[in-house]
Ligand binder design. Sequence first.
Ligand code: ADP
Ligand code: MG
Length: 698
Amino acid sequence: MDLSQQNIMYLPGIGPKKAEILKKEIEVASWEDILFYFPYKYIDRSKIFKIREIDGTMPFIQLKGKIRNYEFLGEGSGRRLTAVFYDDTGTIELVWFRMLKQIPDLYKIGTEYILFGKPTIFGHRINIAHPELETENKFYEGEVGVQGQYNTTEKMKNAFLHSRAIQKIITQILENLKTPLTETLSEDIIEKAHLIGLDEAIRNIHFPKSASELRKAQYRLKFEELFYLQINILQVTKYREKRLGGFRFTKVGDYFNNFYHRNLPFELTNAQKRVIREIRQDVNTGRQMNRLLQGDVGSGKTLVALLALLLALDNGFQGAIMAPTEILANQHYETIQSLVAGLNIEVALLTGSTKKKQRTVMLPRIKSGEIQILVGTHALIEDTVAFGHLGLIVVDEQHRFGVAQRAKLWEKNTIPPHVLVMTATPIPRTLAMTIYGDLDVSVIDELPPGRKPVKTYHVYDAKRGQLYESVRKQLREGRQVYIVYPLIEESEKVDLQNLMEGFENTKKIFPEYRVCMIHGKMKAAEKEAQMQKFVAGETQIMVATTVIEVGVNVPNASVMIIENAERFGLSQLHQLRGRVGRGAKQSMCILLTRYELSENTRKRLSIMTETNDGFVIAEEDLKLRGPGDIDGTQQSGIAFNLKIANLAHDGQILSLARDLASEILEEDPFLEKPFHAILKNRLDKLNRQRRTGWFMIS
Ligand code: ADP
Ligand code: MG
């Protein structure tokens, strides 16, 4: 029986309305879908607490007792239903905000129930909102201690599709099955990875017989998930290597050498040299280079990019460098212009705000190859832009440039240009393997000499006065200062207002200095003008939102104050901090927050004050937030929706999955051998189910 063809709608108690909600809310439509809808946590339901034992800090718990009476309270949106629940040790209040009318019919006064819910402190009392209640005989039907809890949404709950209802659907399906579930991994893999079978795993993930059975089930299902992900990624790589050739840059010529020996303003760091070597090898293999260059902010990636571009030029090709914002594109343009001065290299800038007239002149010169290095924003991969012979494209700050866009480059050319993707957001190894698994990785793990690590302090709002005095001292010494405000879409109005007030206040606090402002809502030209004032030192203080986050380089700016630092994520704070500490002077970064902070926030802030190491921060970020939130996974265009594996914790399983996947593909790249049929079928099916078939693009 193909479970993906069995609609859950026809199960007793479901019907079209509930089926539609399940489809909409959690994308569950078939028997297979719901069997692969795993619990997000497990609770030991063998323990029943006494009311006397309860405090407000407990997780979900169980009580056994009766409802004494109901009472309707409040008006309008504050209207609610409360009940007194009691056992032989005391009473506790239950409260409902929805479905007030039905509840008293559903749960009878005087009947003994097993109650399941989370106690919370409300005012000075403890209550339990929207508890689940079951009569005892119903409750023990076929259930043991450890029980799965399923994620449900508000809409699901309103339709009585709470965790327990999901569990019941799954019970029904498993009872209905006449034969075991069809295996989805081949025998040799099951053996090599020491896995239990699918049928056993699915049954135990939903209804664990014991903690150890549960662990085996989790291991098997995590492995399977990561294995197919790796198969996909590795196939893209194989495919590209097989089908698509790459330009050969065999020569190191005058452009490279002249720049290196005449124009290079300083000695390269060892890390920079190593990466250049890696790139040189890579572009001389006859295969297309797809390399991710990771290097912390200020590690000197631009220079590496330029050297790679010069290599392209030496071999008769054009090069392009693409930045995520106009400000950054402008800055790259200027940096590169000045670095290659006197070398007779034609550099041009193309962004969204390039005038039509200029564009018309530029396009034919790009086509003819006259323009040798084109710097720009996304505008430069638009369809109207045709290169004569583009050999290398450098993409700065990759988290805005996903696999889909890279695929576009492959599409456009019979032989695709080499691609160098640069990022200062260090992607933890496990994550890099998973989402950017088709890229080779180079790392610049060394800062240019003489840099002093930024000193970071966490300061409460109440201490502002003192802070401003020490900032004034810095200003007097000729330093420049950033003051950063959060601005997020959801609270845009309030945030903008805060920013404006901050701007006005700053002018009042530092009347002897000039202040400029920059935020995402400004026109590009306006932003640029403000930025230029700051770069030129005409203004000493810049009030800004996170638009300054990426790549901006003002070495004289040595102080950064981050307002409402509690509202920023770790990676973002680190990125922001990277704007200072670029000159020879000691820099500092001040994280301003209110006094009351959650534990998680305190942890973030203390990590920031303790370390400057981007990799440590990225790992911590992954642990604190989970991979779904990492900058860029959303925009990366990758179907990246793990059901059970957790990249922060399952690194070992991932490595094993990757090794086995790569072993198999080594021998049978397209899974054509009969004993891989089981894998091929499953893979095809997963790919059909996925809405974005990115791996098919190439
Ligand atoms: P990022 O890696 O953040 O893009 P940049 O390329 O902007 O860093 O470099 C930061 C600063 O360091 C620039 O001012 C650059 O000129 C300087 N720099 C780069 N490489 C070196 C080096 N080897 N020695 C000294 N300074 C360097
Ligand atoms: Mg940079």
